[in-house]
Design a protein around this ligand. Structure first.
Ligand code: ATP
Length: 305
């Protein structure tokens, strides 16, 4: 992996777009005091995701945008792009050339890009994890930091060296595995406690279990008996229903016969009434004939006399 180019535009003293090509054999950038050498290294730190304005010698992040001079107005945007040759895939991506870009506007809008595609700060940081190019790495030492590194506590110095050597990731994995191991041990000991507690309650639980089993079998027997009782009851009710239906049918037949008999009697009664009426009429006619005969007889007697 090689740093190929650095493009700076509107960043600190670089008002105009400036491209620095890092040719093979290039070992340093020299220039008089205040000419902008530190601004170059700060541009590199910034494009790689530096978040602390103080570490870029500012008080707020927008201080990195070209602020103007007595002959030139300030700008509204700072932009830095850094391009790596990644043929050896040292950076964690399949691209053989990687360009990372960061832009910042005075409005506060901020953009990160990887090969021209908008990305998150996290993606840019992940790209450099364990490459020795992380923002805390030993490969970028800004002014005044040499002394602080030498004065750092041994553990801090060790962390820097580990980051540069690329073992930081493995150490992090080891620490994570150790933490997980400890947690597993804690869990195991908790499980042991729980097993002990359960063992203490085992006798009581066995008794409760026997009671529960007994209860369940009795409940099952009760349910069977209850089902038989209900089946018997249903059978009895069915029988009763059949008997009642039969009695009802008999009674309906009897009612029908009685009705028929009543109808027959009515008919006979009507016939007899009619017969009686006829006889009365005949009787009346006979009486009339007798009266007529008596009158005739009386009249003939009267003539004779
Ligand atoms: P030294 O060797 O003295 O540290 P240097 O070459 O590293 O100097 P820098 O410190 O990088 O130079 O650059 C300082 C110059 O950058 C100053 O002239 C400063 O005014 C200018 N500068 C810094 N920030 C801005 C900004 N936002 N806008 C315009 N100019 C800026």
């Amino acid at each position: 992996m090689k740093l190929k180019t650095l493009e700076i535009s509107g960043f600190k003293s670089f008002a105009d777009k400036t491209t620095i090509e890092f040719m093979p054999g290039m070992t340093g950038i020299v220039g008089p005091n205040g000419s902008g050498k530190s601004n170059i290294i700060e541009a590199i730190r910034w494009v790689m995701g530096e978040q602390r304005a103080k570490d870029l010698r500012g008080t707020k992040m927008s201080d990195v945008i070209f602020g103007g001079t007595h002959i030139r107005h300030g700008l509204n945007r700072a932009e830095v792009s850094m391009t790596f040759d990644n043929d050896d895939q040292y950076l964690n991506t399949l691209f053989s050339e990687v360009t990372i870009t960061r832009k910042l506007y005075r409005s506060g809008e901020s953009v990160y890009q990887i090969n021209g595609v908008d990305s998150r700060l996290r993606d840019v940081q992940d790209l450099f994890t364990d490459t020795g190019l992380g923002k805390e790495s030993f490969s970028i030492i800004s002014q005044g930091r040499v002394e602080s590194i030498f004065n750092a506590k041994p553990e801090e110095r060790r962390a820097i060296i580990e980051e540069v050597a690329g073992v930081h990731k493995y150490k992090q994995n080891k620490d994570k595995a150790q933490r997980e191991l400890e947690q597993t041990n804690d869990n195991l000991s908790r499980v042991g406690d729980i097993i002990y507690e359960i063992e203490q309650r085992l006798d009581g639980l066995a008794q409760q279990s026997a009671q529960a089993t007994d209860y369940l079998s009795q409940k099952e027997r009760y349910e069977l008996l209850d089902q038989s009782r209900l089946a018997l009851l249903i059978q009895q009710l069915n029988d009763k229903q059949v008997t009642t239906e039969r009695a009802l049918a008999d009674q309906q037949t009897q009612v029908k016969s009685a009705k028929q008999a009543a109808d027959d009697l009515e008919t006979r009664l009507a016939d007899q009434r009619q017969e009686q009426a006829d006889l009365s009429q005949q009787q009346e006619q006979a009486q009339q004939q007798v009266v007529t005969l008596i009158q005739k007889k009386n009249n003939s007697l009267a003539h004779k006399i």
